[in-house]
Design a protein around this ligand. Structure first.
Ligand code: 5RP
Length: 233
């Protein structure tokens, strides 16, 4: 049986092999699965002498690109990307995603929105029928720090469930994103129409962005326990 790590690697390698060509402008997602994608990208750039430019979605992604000696670029230089390859916390049967477990959802959504295709790479534990079935840590919502409490109250009163301010390890204080914001995790939510809920959440003053990615992903690759890769479109 393949370990979770080898499942992540299988998915990442397949996505990079099938979706990156010479002269591609590539969005580099965040998280532990993307580490394998960058590893494969670096290998292909070296072996096949590819010209690839990489747009990071977080401080972590930027570091990965630099460490692997890939070409770092940004949305000012390359506002249109060929592909964005990213992980996810959960992917449902309609390719609606929960993202932001690592707190990078805002830049991930911006970069993905500039790409011709968003390709998701994940291990088999991320694949579900209904959102919330697999990922129990809630839907991440990035908020302006001074507004976190009124936003929490508004979501709980109007949409139900419970909202928690994400705390750093050892409860040293709130997690602060790459953009200087806080993260709220919305738990115990119901089975909603996700595009409507996403719009509602984004209309609350102080909400910067949600970790709900609706109608954005084109395809997902899941590394499976038997060593194969499942494709979902
Ligand atoms: C970070 C993300 C990541 O893509 C998501 O958390 C998946 O990470 P991993 O590949 O480590 O499971 O959205 O904000």
């Amino acid at each position: 049986m393949a370990s979770l790590e080898s499942a992540k690697k299988l998915a990442a390698y397949k996505a990079v092999d099938l979706h990156v060509q010479n002269n591609s402008i590539v969005g580099v997602g965040s998280g532990s699965t993307v580490v394998y994608a960058v590893e494969r990208l670096a290998e292909r750039v070296k072996n096949e002498k590819l010209n690839v430019q990489c747009v990071p979605t977080s401080f972590q992604a930027r570091q990965l690109i630099i460490q692997h000696r890939l070409h770092l670029t940004d949305l000012e230089i390359h506002p249109r990307l060929d592909v964005c390859i990213d992980g996810a916390d959960e992917v449902d049967s309609t390719l609606t995603l929960i993202k932001g477990g690592g707190g990078c959802l805002l830049q991930e959504k911006i970069v993905a929105s500039c790409a011709k295709e968003l390709i998701i790479i994940a291990d088999y534990t991320k694949n579900s029928q209904k959102l919330g079935e697999q990922y129990k840590k809630g839907i991440p919502i990035e908020v302006v720090p001074m507004a976190y409490l009124p936003i929490k109250t508004q979501i709980e009163n109007q949409l139900g469930g419970t909202v928690e301010l994400r705390m750093a390890k050892a409860k040293a204080g709130p997690v602060v994103t790459d953009n200087g914001n806080f993260i709220l995790d919305w738990k115990n939510f119901q089975d909603y129409k996700w595009d409507t809920i996403n719009t509602k959440l984004n209309l609350i003053p102080g909400v910067v962005e949600t970790g709900l990615f609706v109608n954005m992903a084109k395809k997902a690759y899941f590394g499976l326990a038997d060593g194969s890769v499942k494709e979902q479109i």
